[in-house]
Design a protein around this ligand. Structure first.
Ligand code: SF4
Ligand code: SF4
Length: 274
């Protein structure tokens, strides 16, 4: 099972819930991988109280211009949809590294073979292990624009090993890196909270999941902070113990397995694998 855990709105407690759910699966004897696909702000390892290791570089294509072959025709500049290339009259094309997506269109467009392949490091992937869960995480290098490539690399690294359950924890929102993370998921959980923004952003992520054809269910976190009712398969009440566990870096199902929230998460995990 590849289970996407997402939610249109940030700050709903999505990752805290996802980490606890992963540990609940591991407690059931399942081989669990946790793919932290929030490449701009990976935090699952912090919530699990572990450190990231085994750093691997993620590289992206970068064009290298061969001066002697370039006829200054400008076709590469026209082919670049990211405005990463510019050319002054009669001069060689110039590259703005930070805007380059690595799509390679310029190399294909060049009729004179004046562009060859080079690369740049755009981020890193890591692994970690705790509470029987294998974590895979990615981090985008500051100033690099494309989180999707890091998300892809995390998925590639995590899915290369065989696990019974793979949790794909997406970034907040409904933008490209979220869609990229959700690709290939068998099912998903949309985590929200009973607020105006929670409800509004749930509609957006629901539309994305429907468009992707991924069956999903809704989980309402901090369900007691308002009277607003959102249809869901699981409600987790607001409880300061969750905050305490977050601060301590010990997930609630580990620190207080008999707490009512832990019991809810554990029985929900059982229901998901039945
Ligand atoms: S690789 Fe793509 S984004 Fe980068 S310069 Fe070439 S066309 Fe532009
Ligand atoms: S398309 Fe090739 S030949 Fe034309 S300007 Fe670009 S690098 Fe030079």
């Amino acid at each position: 099972m590849i289970l996407g855990i997402t939610g249109g709105k940030g700050g709903t407690g999505k990752t805290v819930f996802a980490v606890n759910l992963a540990i609940a699966f591991a407690r059931m004897g399942k081989k669990v991988a946790y793919l932290d696909c929030d490449a701009d702000c990976p935090s699952a390892h912090i919530i699990a109280g572990t450190e990231l290791r085994d750093r691997e570089e993620v590289r992206s294509f970068l064009p290298h211009f061969i001066k002697e072959k370039c006829m200054k025709c400008g076709k590469c500049v026209s082919a670049c949809e990211f405005n990463a290339l510019y050319q002054l009259t009669g001069k060689l094309p110039e590259l703005v590294d930070s805007l380059c997506s690595g799509c390679g269109a310029c190399m294909i467009a060049c009729p004179f073979g004046a562009i060859e392949e080079s690369c740049k490091v755009i981020g890193w992937t890591y692994t970690a292990k705790k509470y029987g869960v294998e974590f895979f995480s990615g981090e985008l290098k500051p100033s690099e624009p494309l989180s999707e490539k890091i998300v892809d690399a995390v998925k590639q690294r995590g899915l290369a090993k065989k696990h019974e359950i793979v949790i794909v924890d997406t970034a907040a929102g409904a933008h490209c890196p979220v869609v990229c993370a959700l690709g290939g998921c068998d099912r998903a959980l949309a985590i929200t909270e009973p607020t105006f923004f929670g409800e509004n952003d749930l509609k957006i992520i629901s539309a994305v999941l429907e468009k992707l054809g991924i069956p999903y269910e809704t989980v309402v976190n901090r369900s007691t902070i308002s009277d607003r009712k959102i249809e869901s398969v699981l409600e987790i009440p607001y409880d300061k113990t969750m905050v305490e566990c977050y601060v301590d870096g010990i997930p609630i199902v580990e620190k207080y397995p008999e707490h009512q929230i832990s019991k809810r998460i554990l029985s929900f995990a059982k229901r998901l694998v039945e």
